[in-house]
Design a protein around this ligand. Structure first.
Ligand code: ZN
Length: 221
């Protein structure tokens, strides 16, 4: 899943309005943040295999440290403890841990049975990626629902808050479409470099837009 992870990050703003969207995105995408690091270090493996599923040309050979359920529980706990030390918000720890672990369940829905329960353990996956229309039909409404919750939990204070946020959402959607229609990455190295460049960019972008928006108080949903 791609924009589905951002959807849960956006929605989490409702529970923790004082926490930057950049932190929520980082938690929801923590598995995919670790992944290029572990790939570059040779600890995890992926192959380029066009047609692996209809949606992705990637064969996720092995990623027990970034993408197994047990390790994501551990990462979630660790990130929650770190965030709890810096942010005064009673909800921060459960929200951050929940976001990190949510990555496994969302990827479990879309991936082939390649999502490990624990390193060396059984691999699971429902394979939504076998159908591009089904994937889009699930993920795009999720993403729009996330935007809906976020924009009802915050209000733009100025043009950066409005257009910085809108442009970020449009960019994520464009990348999503580009992923579907463009050819496979030329190499694993190119994939790692693209992710290593993209993750800090989108983290900074979401931090910048989010800090120009104020939490909306007292609204119920
Ligand atoms: Zn992932």
């Amino acid at each position: 899943m791609f924009i589905g992870h951002f959807a849960v990050g956006l929605a989490a703003k409702r529970a923790t309005p004082g926490v930057s969207l950049a932190v929520l995105f980082t938690a929801a995408q923590f598995a995919d943040t670790l992944w290029p690091v572990f790939l570059a270090a040779g600890l995890e493996q992926v192959r380029i295999e066009p047609g692996n599923t209809a949606f992705t040309p990637l064969d996720f050979v092995s990623y027990p440290y970034s993408h197994s359920l047990v390790l994501l529980l551990v990462w979630g706990l660790a990130l929650a403890i770190v965030c709890r030390a810096f942010v005064r918000d009673n909800w921060i720890a459960p929200v951050i841990a929940g976001l990190v672990v949510s990555h496994w369940f969302l990827d479990f829905v879309t991936h082939r049975p390649d999502m490990p329960l624990y390193p060396g353990g059984p691999k699971l996956g429902l394979g939504l990626w076998n159908s591009v229309p089904a994937t889009v039909a699930v993920e795009v409404p999720m993403f729009l629902a996330g935007i809906w919750v976020y924009t009802r939990s915050t209000r733009a204070r100025d043009g950066v808050g409005r257009w910085g946020f809108i442009s970020l959402m449009v960019m994520l959607l464009l990348i999503y479409v580009a992923n579907i229609v463009s050819p496979p990455p030329p190499s694993i190295r190119a994939l790692v470099i693209t992710m290593a460049a993209g993750i800090p960019l989108f983290t900074a972008w979401s931090w910048w837009a989010d800090r120009h928006r104020d939490p909306v108080k007292g609204e119920t949903w």
